[in-house]
Design a protein around this ligand. Sequence first.
Ligand code: NG1
Ligand code: ZN
Length: 513
Amino acid sequence: MKYSYGTAGFRTEASLLDAAIIGSTATAALRSLELKGKTTGVIITASHNPVSDNGVKVIDADGGMLSVNWEEKCTNLANAESKSELELLIKEYIAPSTFQASVVIGMDTRPSSPRLSELAKVILDEMSACYKDYGFITTPQLHWIVKLINENSSYSIPSNPPPLVLYYDSLCNAYCNVFSASTILHRPILTVDCANGVGSLPLEELSKRLKDYIDIRLINNDSCNYKYLNNGCGADHVKTTQSPPVNLVDKMIPNQLYASVDGDADRIVFYFTDKEKKFHLLDGDRISILLVSFLKILVQKSRLPLSIGVIQTAYANGSSTVYLNDLGVQIICTKTGVKHLHHEAQAFDIGVYFEANGHGTVLFSQDCVKKLWNPPTGISDTETNAIVVLLQLSQLINQAIGDALSDMLAVLSVLGSLYCDAKGWLSMYNDLPNKLVKVKVADRSIFITTDAERRLIKPVGLQEKIDDLVSKYEKGRCFVRASGTEDAVRVYAEASTKKGAEELSAKVCSLLK
Ligand code: NG1
Ligand code: ZN
């Protein structure tokens, strides 16, 4: 089998993953050597995939995704056909170094994870790397730890207090500080569907630590019974079916807020039912808009010259883009895949990015954080207060990668600060009716896009046909692109009516047959 390091690292049926684990672990160690012993990470997870799958991703030394120029090397290492070919490649990629490689590893709660993690350790031993195994941990927690270790030269592994304790301290202190600074009045109730995954463990910790501030109620939190992992539950299930997860069907209390995280807790979506029992999803687009609305108010109050940008993909609902335009913040559309959004967000003092599926975060630039730590003298209480809240939000929100747990707390703190409930949040704009479908084609590699994947260059002539169809629908928008994670082409269509969106989708799909 041929592996290819994609947006989600390597992901496949768990029994076929050994070579990918070996290649990824070797990559993490080699990248660490190239960076003079800075710590990198290896996380074993297949996120929202079925329990029989597994996957692996390398975390770069800044706590973000693996640098693009290492993706090909990682692919080559994973595809080495023999031990001697692997050793030759390692020799070719190794940078002359007197340093020792330093790698942290972790895994989700899949039954195949412990064996794959042991395999990673064998490779690290063979490469004489120094490593620390964090066992069951969410993907964003391990990213956060890598960033922490490399940003604090005095911080070495193992160390005291353990990084995970610092993670919880940092999130909880920041939440409590935003709470006090913003005079949030009530103790919100949030029921969280944990997808029966690894997120159950930190969510239990957060619910205990924050019990005086939030009533966090966990469901589908059986991380030991892996046959239930992502089974009818989790963020992906709720987003794609637009319906509640198992154990909540017909049990939702009207107007109360619910959330679902995915199998490795790097995505979150919120939802509620109204009095008529109609289900309403509050997805990544809406998280983005809620957060940026509050951030904009804070920046205005602080009177600091801070730029705010929002990064979306073509899958963002058209109404959310119109809302952002009216709000007067800069909007950038990028290709699908968190690495593209993350990169663009770094261009702003405050960069907000979310994929519609709930994966995202808010980045505060170093320069911005410096300004928040050193406010001008003689400013008003309103300015000081806004600066304090901005600073706390920069500590609450995971700066390495999208994190369901820190996003959850950020959303609750913003809702509380704005005295906004689920209904109020939903009323910020009305989604345009839309349809997202997967189409199996003989060869998806022939679909070449441009303009942040919104237009096709190839197959020649197809885009003109799509344009022609789109022009027949009020507020029509439609694009076709090859999936980076599945062997299929995705068709997204939007129009002013449900009937229109469905018709447009069906017509474009038939062009692909
Ligand atoms: P692909 O398969 O390339 O569309 C999907 C998601 C992305 C992202 C990646 C995982 C959609 C439409 N696409 O990508 O948003 O989450 O998986 O990195 O949801
Ligand atoms: Zn995930």
